[in-house]
Structure formats: C-alpha cells, structure tokens
Design a protein around this ligand. Structure first.
Ligand code: AMP
Length: 429
C-alpha cells in the first residue's frame, strides 16, 4: 500500500510510526510532515488544508489510502473531494465535520437527538444580545465561539466582568477571527473529563481504548490551557459499567442521530465527556483523533493499522481485528519555553540520538524541523515522548527517563502526567 497522511504534528507522526509497522505498507507521504516524520516518510511541502493542492498531489502519486489528521481539511471538504473521485480516504465529510466546525450545529444536533449535554442558554449573533442574556445565567457560565478558533474559543467565565471581556475580544474585536461571529452560552458542568474516541465506517463502530489528556500548562492543573501537555491510556480509566452507559446513552444515539439526519459519518469521532453526578454528558465533538491522546492510544496498538483503516475506507470495519496491548500508554509533551504564550523557534534539540537505552520509548515529533543534520524546535509543542508498558508506573518511568535525556533551551514539561485528579487533590497540589 501507498499511503498519504495529511498533517504535521505529533498525531500524524504517531500514525506514520504505526502504519510503517504494517507489512502491507510500501510507501508513506506526509503533507506537510515535520522534522521527525521526515525520517520515516516522504514529507511534501503542501499545506494539509489546501484541498486543491492536495488533490493535485494525490492525482500524481495515486495513494491507496489517504488519512486526514487535523480538523481544518475536513471542515474544508477534503474527503468530499477524494470521495467524488472514488479515492479511499479516512475522515468525515464536510457536512459531518460541522459537529466540530460549528458548536451551534453540535448543540442543536445533541438537543434534537436527546443526547445528554450541558443546558444551553441560547445562541447569539451580536454582543448586545449576549450582554442581555448574561443577566439571567448561573455563574460560572461557559461561553463558546461557534467556529474553529484553534482551541481558544471556549471560556469558562467566573463573573460578568470576565464574560463581557471575552465577548468583547471575540465578537467586537474579532480576535479569534470569523469563528467568533456567533457565540453560545451554556451551563458549567462539573466532574472529571474523559475522551471517548470511536472509529466507524458509517455502519459499524469500535471504541478505541480510553485516554485522558492534561490541558493546563503546569503541574497540578495550574496555568493556562494548551493544546495538550500529555496523555495516558489505561483500561482502568473506564470501568465496564460506565463504558456501557456511554455506549448506550451517547455513542449509539449519536450514530443513530447522524443516520436519521442523513449524514454519513466515516472516520474517527472524538467525544469529549464530562462525568457528572447525573451521568456522562457531551462537552464537544471532534471529527478526528485528538493530539496527544492519539500518541498514548497508538502506543498500545496491537493490530495492523493500515489494514483496519483500509477496511474502514471500504465500508467493512471488523471491530474484532482491533486488539490492544494490556497495561498503559503514555505521552509526555515537551514544549517550548513560554508556550502557550509567546515562544521562540529555532532552538537546537540535543539528546535525541542517545535514547537507544530506552527500549520501547518513541519520541514523536510535533513542532520540529530539520536544518542540515540538526533538529530544531518549530512550534509550541515540540516532542511527545511516548511509550507503552504493562503498568502505568512503568510507562511513566520510561517516558520520564527518556525525557530527561533530551534538551533544548527553554524546554518545559509537566512532571505529573498520568496523575489522577483526585490523587492530585489528595496530594495537596
Ligand atoms: P470544548 O472545546 O467544547 O470541549 O471545550 C474545551 C474545554 O472547555 C473542555 O475540555 C472543558 O474543559 C471545558 N468546557 C467546555 N464546555 C464546558 C461545560 N459546559 N462545563 C464545563 N467545562 C466545559
């Protein structure tokens, strides 16, 4: 098989890593890829969101399968362009990708199909309407910009002053771009968050193993939100009973709702959940794999990814093929100093070649580039030190052992990946 992977972050490096383990795979291209992917696939300098350019490239190379990593190409209709040409591709259509591309679309979908979610106060097209509605909400309130805002479109406002400030930035100053033209207000849910990801061919589906990510930049869940500072996967994250509740109350109604609305969904569907005292509720949908959850999940993969994804593209997913290593998967993200605020690129990364002693540890690249033989930082999230082991403690020890051998100026990472929130509270963090 010849495979084209779209995207250039840690998630795509993880996909390339596991696709290469398949004896069926002969060649992989990645657009645009990064400094680490370049060692394992042919990187092509095309923006993954440029539908016309990607189609033109695919016309030349004839991939047997194309896998879309990030959301932007999906929201722009990449898979529709492929399917019109009968080219095998993994990812939902533009219409289905609105589950992620429009928070209002997702909320209306959830309401229409009676799927548990936070109560919505309303959707608003003008700041004046929002300011008025803010007079009759319970605090804290959640404000969500409707469109894609690079992870910055959700704000948990503690009070009226903070809420108005956010609305002003988003709707009056357009600081998040067109995604902020419309906002919605919803109640704040309390509980622990859990990511539940499924793979579906439109008819059958299979849940991936459960993961939890760590969004705040500092240990003990302090500091601003990031794209993700790390993730871990253990089966214990999701007791059997809760898994059944999620399947029955959330996953199956979602798939039936999509079918009832005439929306065919194929690919990965990421369901962000809040485990509240009145049961799991949907916080968000993403129409693709999460990053860095993918890294922690794929570390435990024990099947032929290329084969299973080809099956999905052909509409014949066999969930029984999807086997996982027992134990734990871990990804510790190493970031540039200052991230998620201002940071500098171009810092030389040392220590990558001295990791041979850490068997089973894979350093996945996110924001890196090759300059001659050297690898330099080229983004906020730079590397994801990833591993699987029979126990969570074993996986963490291996990942952190390897992380201490890597160095670049300003490097930062959390020391508490894999720590359970209640364990953190008990420890007084
Ligand atoms: P979203 O992109 O909608 O998942 O929002 C990003 C993050 O905001 C989530 O992972 C939650 O931490 C938080 N969040 C979103 N909606 C709510 C809500 N209704 N209640 C509490 N937290 C929320």
């Amino acid at each position: 098989m010849k495979i084209l992977v779209l995207g250039g972050g840690g998630r795509e490096h993880a996909l390339v890593w596991k696709l290469r383990e398949s004896p069926r795979v002969e060649k992989i291209w990645c657009a645009p890829g990064n400094g680490g992917i370049a060692a394992e696939a042919e990187c092509v300098a095309i923006d993954a969101g440029d539908v016309a350019a990607i189609v033109a490239f695919a016309e030349k190379i004839h991939p047997d399968l194309t896998i879309v990593g990030p959301e932007l190409p999906l929201v722009k209709g990449m898979t529709d362009a492929f399917r019109q040409r009968n080219w095998p591709v993994i990812g939902p259509s533009q219409q289905a990708a609105q589950l992620e591309g429009s928070k209002v679309f997702a909320k209306e979908f959830l309401a229409r199909h009676h799927i548990p979610t936070a109560k919505m106060y309303g959707t608003f097209h003008s700041p004046a309407e929002v300011y008025k509605a803010l007079n009759s909400v319970a605090w804290p309130v959640v404000i969500k910009a409707d469109g894609l805002c690079a992870g910055k479109g959700v704000f948990l406002a503690p009070d009226l002053v903070a809420a108005k400030d956010f609305v002003e930035q988003v709707m009056e100053k357009n600081e998040l771009g067109p995604g902020g033209r419309r906002v919605l207000l919803e109640e704040t849910l309390e509980g622990e968050e859990l990511s539940f990801i499924i793979l579906t061919d439109g008819k059958r589906y299979a849940p991936l193993i459960p993961t939890r990510d760590h969004k705040r930049v500092f240990d003990g869940n302090q500091g601003p939100n990031t794209g993700g500072m790390g993730a871990y996967s253990t089966d214990e994250l999701l007791p059997e009973e809760l898994r059944e509740t999620i399947r029955l109350k959330i996953v199956e109604p979602t798939l039936k709702g999509l079918a009832a609305d005439g929306i065919k969904y194929q690919g990965f569907l990421y369901i962000g959940l809040m485990l509240t005292t009145s049961g799991p509720k949907v916080l968000e949908f993403n129409c693709r794999l999460g990053d860095p959850e993918t890294q922690a999940i794929l570390a435990r993969l024990d099947f032929d990814l290329a084969e299973v994804l080809s099956d999905v593209a052909a509409g014949r997913l066999d969930p029984s093929k999807m086997l996982w290593k027992p134990g734990a998967g871990v990804c510790v993200v190493l970031t540039s100093g200052g991230y998620p605020g201002k940071f500098e690129n171009g810092k030389r990364i040392d220590g990558l070649t001295s990791l041979g002693q850490f068997t089973g540890v894979k350093v996945l690249h996110a924001g890196t580039r090759l300059v001659g033989d050297a690898v330099e930082t080229n983004g906020g999230r730079v590397l994801g030190v990833t591993t699987a082991a029979p126990t969570l403690d074993g996986a963490l020890a291996a990942a952190y052992g390897a992380a201490t051998k890597i160095h670049f100026e300003g490097m930062h990472y959390r020391r508490d990946i894999g720590a359970h929130p209640t364990r953190l509270k008990a420890a007084g963090d």
